[in-house]
Ligand binder design. Structure first.
Ligand code: NG1
Ligand code: ZN
Length: 552
């Protein structure tokens, strides 16, 4: 009975304040719901409702983040965060899609179905829901819609205001581990990361060719806002020169800057001074992606993307692990978008096992958890390191026991501190930057020495607009195209014409397009292969608009 009253209130709110305004269906994709902010109020309200059911079902705190990451300012989006700070479990993504799309009059029934299916009995629990948002002008009103949904369902919203996506994941994890992971406050987050960073760095801020200054492109978003606090707390240990930190609502969020722009255009962002060989980095609009880059003496742009960050971290962790003498296994997880040269370097030079999984952080995160220490990165700069809880316990116990040599003890202490620099819940641009800076400092490397590990194969990413992207299905971590029938054969034939070539196609999970990726020995061959594959997709998978042009 109490349930029915509750759900009647939920429906009344929905009808009066957050009516469904869009007829077409929306899908919980790779990164939650993402579309024009003006179309999202009812979706936000409904995600507030669902978050409370999820929290009651898991008997834990869950999170809701309002952001559209690297998308332009008029867009916004929402994603749910599970109790250990991970992305929402896949089976609930389907429920999210269902709840977002039912008619107002069917909302009550749809919620009741979930309550019954998952046997959610504690409908009076004031489940805590942690809410955060990025700097978009649309975020405050959308956050209010989420909060209204939480309240209507009888939950307790905890509003963290403007935070980065990874900060929100961290807060959820802290709350559910009874603060063992850290204090669930922004101050607690900075304190944990910076204390560990300073301990590893010690008193000497420079080393060899490493200088303690980095040029930071904040994408005019939350990543810029938050680094202001970080800068102060870092003191002289790392000087972060900040650029692209325009105020909220300037319309410049992610515009010609930020990690996605730098990676996908493979070019220098606007707003950052062009200084030869200066180490620069960019974050995206919610600060969960990071890429590094520099301009050489001739003004040529060099990108150090997620693959480079992953290899740097894996090599460093392998080295310390060896010094500790503690037998833990280390692995690296990539997607098919990882540059082939990075995969060869990791397997052949570093001799670290590599796994390849489908696009989307949840796939990488889960695979990485199969190792004692799992490093994962998407080429676009989203990634982190996860440590198996037993592995952390073994390191702590070994450190406390008195049977390690001084070198082993030093290495174990260092590794334990490095773990605290890392946000294990999800890729975190701020934490990843502190980790990269720690490693470069420890190696005494400038950005060119970091880049010297291997040479990327030229690569090209293209988009093909088709009527229905779902006609493309794939297997083998997206590297083989299963349908339309015959397309993979055609791709194989094209790839065979070029040296050291590779290409694959897959439907995007965030845009209504098919993505084409190609790699080959030279830039010309790569561009030609990518265009030829794109043309095949256009011809065989229902392309629309102008066909992709193939260079002769
Ligand atoms: P889709 O649109 O499914 O390719 C893109 C990125 C993913 C991931 C998501 C979420 C590429 C090729 N794809 O997914 O890696 O970051 O966005 O933001 O970069
Ligand atoms: Zn992002």
């Amino acid at each position: 009975m109490a349930n029915n009253n509750r759900l009647r209130t939920v429906y009344a709110f929905a009808r009066e304040m957050y009516p469904k305004t869009v007829k077409t269906d929306i899908q919980y994709g790779t990164a939650g719901f993402r579309t024009r902010a003006t179309d999202l109020a009812y979706v936000m309200y409904r995600m507030g409702l669902l978050a409370v059911l999820r929290a009651r079902y898991k008997k834990a705190v869950v999170g809701v983040m309002i952001t559209a990451s690297h998308n332009p300012e008029p867009d916004n989006g929402v994603k749910l965060v599970d109790p250990h700070g991970e992305m929402l479990e896949q089976s609930w993504e389907k429920l999210a899609t269902r709840i977002a799309n039912v008619a107002d009059s069917k909302l009550q029934d749809a919620l009741n179905d979930i309550i019954k299916e998952y046997n959610i009995e504690n409908m009076n629990d004031r489940a805590e829901i942690v809410v955060g948002k990025d700097t978009r002008p649309s975020s405050p009103s959308l956050s209010k819609a989420v909060t209204d949904g939480i309240l209507a369902m009888g939950g307790k919203p905890i509003d963290y205001g403007i935070v980065t996506t990874p900060q929100l994941h961290y807060f959820v994890m802290c709350k559910n581990t009874n603060r063992a992971y850290g204090q669930p406050t922004e101050e607690g987050y900075y304190r944990k990361l910076i204390n560990a960073f300073k301990k590893v760095r010690g008193d000497s801020f420079t080393n060899g060719n490493y200088t303690n200054r980095v040029m930071y492109d904040g994408a005019n978003g939350v990543g810029a806002k938050k680094v202001k606090y970080l800068k102060e707390a870092l003191g002289g240990s790392l000087i972060v020169d900040m650029y692209n930190d325009e105020i909220i609502g300037s319309g410049k969020l992610n515009y010609l800057c930020g990690a996605d722009f730098v990676k996908s255009h493979q070019s220098f962002p606007t707003g950052v001074p062009k200084e030869a060989n200066a180490r620069c980095c960019s974050v995206d609009g919610d600060a969960d992606r990071l890429v590094y880059y520099y301009l050489d003496d001739n003004g040529k742009f060099h990108l150090l993307d997620g693959d480079r960050i992953a290899t740097l971290i894996a090599a460093y962790l392998k080295e310390i692990l060896l010094k500790t003498g503690i037998d833990l296994n280390l692995g690296l997880v990539q997607t098919a978008y990882a540059n082939g040269a990075s995969t060869e370097y990791i397997t052949k030079e570093l001799k670290v096992p590599v796994a390849c999984v489908s696009t989307g952080v949840k796939h990488l995160h889960h695979k990485a958890q199969e190792f004692d220490i799992g490093v994962y990165f998407e080429a676009n700069g989203h990634g982190t390191v996860v440590f198996r809880p037993e592995a952390k316990t073994r390191l702590r116990e070994a450190f406390q026991a008195n049977n390690l040599s001084p070198d082993q003890k030093e290495a174990t202490e260092r590794l334990l501190n490095v773990i605290d620099i890392i946000n294990e819940t999800v890729g975190d641009a701020i934490s990843d930057m502190l980790l990269v800076e720690t490693i470069l400092h420890s190696k005494g490397w400038d950005v060119r020495e970091w880049e010297a590990a291997y040479t990327d194969y030229p690569n090209r990413l293209m988009k093909v607009v088709v009527t229905d992207r779902n006609v493309i299905t794939t297997a083998d971590a997206e590297r083989t195209c299963v349908t339309p029938e015959g397309l993979q054969n055609e791709i194989d034939g094209l790839v065979a014409k070029y040296r050291s070539a590779r290409a694959f196609v897959r439907p995007s999970g965030t845009e209504n397009i098919v993505r084409v990726y190609a790699e080959a020995a030279t830039r010309e061959e790569t561009d030609k292969l990518a265009a030829e594959v794109a043309r095949k997709v256009y011809d065989m998978a229902g392309g629309c608009g102008a066909p992709p042009e193939v260079p002769q």
